[in-house]
Design a protein around this ligand. Structure first.
Ligand SMILES: Cc1ncc(COP(=O)(O)O)c(C=O)c1O
Length: 364
């Protein structure tokens, strides 16, 4: 940086930029990309058609209030659309929340292997990221509460968490909320909520409806297959919605994204299909990789965390898979250097990963 040049705010240069999942493998072959928890089934054809239909109106600004999409979300979940805020991916909502509630010297708490954006967003505001140890790769409510102090402005909880795939039952999340001071905001990041099939899971609707300091964020990037469009939403207490609406860009979500989002929500058959696919292949992948002698953390999302004997073994496995055109995700940046994360793919993808791992381990 130039000696007398412009200086960013404190904290900014402490950020290690987010490294997205890789998309390419050597040799120019089309890779099997299982590095970003994208759906293997693509977007709903109805969403694609709605996206294309917007091409004739690219000269017009979008509806900055996202009226139709908030209405559609409200109808689906029985929510007040006035308390829904849409964003350019849930990443934008996480950043908006951080910028509105975390200032220099304030703290934001999250769990040890929590989603990386929490640390980045906190540092970007001059805040202090506080990472709390987990138990069995799962957020630990007591440990989180023990680190919450007068400077804690936000607690971020990905539920289920990426990259571990573990979750907290509703009773635990409620206990966390009840242990927080009223001035600390609990952000429940439910990016993978649609995949969860557990009776004791609740994405956050109930807590947002009944408390003043809980926000739930959701995304269209995962089960809805619209990652390229950058579309997410938050369900908030009225005061928080008001704050986010003051600080977001007036046209923060594009018209094609809004239109595709509405159509994607309406295509329930597509979502049911994606869910059924995951319900079939998540346990299969976990079991088959387990049979190879590798530990797999039990997951309720659309991905699994695979444990290797050492960081070197994880890197070697990653390289061996890449040589076969398969891209998983290294997760050393999450404090998991021994692990790789694999998104559940198509039937064919899943078989190829298991075969490649077997070959890497000398089992084939
Ligand atoms: C836990 C979690 N939260 C948020 C996001 C960001 O999603 P979006 O594409 O909506 O920005 C991701 C994406 O990987 C995620 O895993």
């Amino acid at each position: 940086m130039a000696k007398n040049g412009p200086r960013p705010q404190p904290g900014i240069l402490d950020i290690s930029p987010y490294v997205p999942g890789e998309s390419n493998v050597p040799g120019g072959v089309k890779p099997i990309k299982l590095s970003s928890n994208e759906t293997p089934l693509g977007a709903s054809p109805r969403a694609v058609a709605a996206f294309k239909a917007e091409a004739d109106q690219l000269d017009r600004y979008p509806d900055g209030a996202a009226t139709a999409l908030r209405g559609a979300i409200g109808k689906l979940y029985g929510l007040d659309p006035a308390r829904i805020v849409c964003g350019s991916g849930s990443d934008e909502l996480i950043n908006l929340i951080a910028h509105a509630y975390i200032g220099p010297g304030d703290e934001a708490v999250y769990s040890e292997h929590g989603f990386l954006m929490y640390k980045i967003a906190t540092l970007a505001c001059g805040g202090k990221p506080v990472s709390v140890p987990e138990r069995k790769y799962t957020a630990d409510v007591d440990a989180i509460l023990s680190r919450v102090g007068p400077r804690t402005k936000v607690v971020f909880l990905a539920n289920p968490n990426n990259p571990t795939g573990t979750y907290l039952a509703h009773g635990e999340v409620r206990r966390l909320q009840q242990g927080l001071p009223p001035g600390t905001l609990l952000v429940l990041d439910a990016a993978y909520a649609e995949y969860v099939r557990r009776n004791d899971y609740e994405a956050g609707l109930e807590l947002v409806a009944t408390t003043e300091n809980t926000v739930m964020t959701r995304t269209f990037s995962k089960i809805y297959g619209l990652a390229a469009l950058r579309l997410g939403w938050a369900y908030c207490p009225a005061d928080v919605a008001d704050v986010l609406n003051r600080t977001r860009g007036p046209f923060n979500v594009t018209s094609p994204a809004l239109a595709a989002g509405v159509a994607a929500l309406e295509d329930r058959a597509h979502i049911e299909h994606a869910l059924a696919h995951n319900e079939k292949w998540l346990p299969w992948v976990a079991a088959e990789i387990g049979k190879l002698g590798l530990e797999v953390t039990p997951s309720v999302g659309n991905f699994v965390l695979i444990h290797f004997a050492s960081p070197q073994a994880a890197v070697a496995a990653d390289e061996a898979l890449k040589a076969r055109g398969i891209i998983l995700r290294r997760v050393a940046a999450y404090g998991l250097p021994n692990c790789l994360r694999m998104t559940i793919g198509t039937e064919d993808d899943n078989h190829k990963v298991v075969a490649a791992l077997a070959s890497f381990l000398g089992r084939s």
